[in-house]
Write a protein that binds this ligand. Structure first.
Ligand code: SF4
Length: 449
């Protein structure tokens, strides 16, 4: 069968689609473009605005392709798949499979059975309380990305129920993988040539604190993975401030290959708003984490997520967010206007912030952030670092080829080099020559390795 996966949303979804691709390929299925696929799989996200409408309109588009052959069909996975579930079967008869993130482990078999006619429709919507190991993680050895970077899932779901977030309802409660399975997968990846691993979970800091836990903390796991010989760079995301352990903060000063960057979602700078968001930390606590991290790793680069216009947010609350962003000096941030998502607690919270006020606050916040980002990058001019090359850059000046890489903190560095191919997946020593608004330019100062 020829299949085409359309992925929306976060890194976890990208990782799930990547795994599903490998699992189907191992059954002899073939990746195809949209015009020649026989099976369309939508891996969906419910975080952004009007998620269901986006999926419905995408299915409308897919329906046009499906007219080619009556054996063709579609599947809907991810958060909207979980939420609407069997509702897709009624509205779109060509949808034969729906699955949530807990059901994905069985999706390849279900797709195969449907393609063979053994099943007509399948719904994989049950939540599980123990992480179900997926088949063949070692298959990665065959499809090791050219970039030599990989993502490894360490857990699924979330127990936090922040008042604006749908994740605990769509991805279920938290379940950790067995630490040995994680380390084994990482070891196999490094053996195959991977040099950078990002450990993924909705809240990695609470790894092991659920039914799947075996007494190994996230800090222990970090030490085990960092100890794999040949692993040059280790990252992790996402990290809830209330759960970050002293040992995880200390690890930034202890583990050489743990990259000096942390994405630590602050969401708001006002304790009142944080309380309404049910984030379970105060600004004082958040600041103490920042202090500890900077003590452990003075060059650490901090990034964050921010929501503006949360119900009840006043001008004064918002001013506190601006103050915190400035005080901490986040290198970058993802900032969004709050909007109601059906099914979450914040929908019933009042008063709602006027759309025009939320828009204006977002603009002020993003202007401040852009200035801070620029200053942070300018401070790096003249420094030496190492760029891990990911591919060619869009830059097109000078005689040679521009390559795009990342420094250990994850900043983008564009470097002009004589080679026109063969550099992806190599480390290149560079000197930072110029700061742009959101990236750096560098000059090669040593041999790639
Ligand atoms: S920690 Fe909060 S925001 Fe993050 S996934 Fe869990 S509920 Fe959602």
């Amino acid at each position: 069968m020829k299949f085409h996966i359309i992925t929306f949303g976060c890194q976890m979804n990208v990782h799930d689609s990547d795994w599903l691709t490998r699992a189907l390929e191992s059954r002899g299925w073939e990746v195809a473009d949209e015009n020649s696929a026989q099976v369309y799989i939508l891996n969906t996200c419910s975080v952004r605005d009007k998620p269901e409408q986006k999926v419905y309109s995408e299915l409308g588009r897919v329906a046009a392709h499906l007219k080619r052959d009556e054996n063709m069909f579609a599947a809907v996975g991810g958060c909207v798949g979980q939420q609407i579930g069997k509702g897709f079967f009624e509205r779109f008869p060509f949808v034969k499979l729906v699955f949530g993130s807990d059901g994905i482990a069985n999706a390849p078999n279900a797709l195969e059975r449907i393609a063979e006619g053994a099943d007509d429709r399948v719904a994989l919507l049950d939540f599980v309380s123990i992480y179900e190991e997926r088949e063949n993680p070692e298959e990665r050895t065959v499809t090791m990305p050219e970039s030599r970077q990989a993502f490894v899932n360490i857990m699924q779901g979330c127990d936090n129920f922040c008042s604006y977030c749908i994740v605990p309802y769509t991805r279920g409660r938290q379940k950790s993988r067995h630490p040995e399975a994680v380390v084994e997968e990482c070891r196999a990846l490094v053996k195959s040539g991977v040099r950078e691993i990002t450990l993924l979970g909705q809240n990695v800091n609470s790894f092991g604190k659920d039914k799947g836990g075996v007494g190994v903390s996230f800090a222990d796991l970090l030490h085990s993975v960092a100890g794999i010989e040949g692993l040059d760079r280790l990252r992790f995301t996402t990290s809830h401030p209330k759960d970050i352990a002293p040992e995880v903060k200390a690890a930034f000063g202890e583990l050489e290959n743990l990259c000096p960057s942390l994405h630590l979602p602050m969401q708001a700078g006002s304790d009142l708003v944080l309380k309404a968001m049910r984030r379970k930390y105060t600004i004082e606590h958040y600041l103490s984490i920042v202090d500890d991290l900077k003590k452990a790793r003075p060059d650490i680069s901090l990034t964050t997520d921010l929501i503006v216009g949360f119900p009840g947010e006043t001008e004064e609350d918002f001013a506190q967010t601006l103050e915190m962003v400035e005080r901490i000096g986040f290198e970058s941030s993802f900032s969004f206007k709050y909007s109601d998502r059906p099914g979450v607690a914040a929908v019933n919270m009042e008063p709602k912030v006027e759309a025009k006020d939320a828009k204006e606050r977002l603009m002020r916040l993003q202007t401040l952030q852009n200035n801070i980002t620029k200053k942070c990058l300018e401070n790096l001019e003249g420094r030496e670092t190492v760029a891990f090359i990911e591919g060619k850059s869009r830059q097109q000046r000078g005689d040679y080829t521009w390559w795009k890489g990342r420094d250990p903190a994850g900043r983008i560095i564009n470097v002009e080099m004589e080679e026109s191919d063969g550099l992806v997946g190599l480390m290149v020593p560079v000197r930072i020559t110029e700061a742009k608004n959101h990236s750096l330019l560098g000059k090669r100062i040593g041999k790639p390795w």
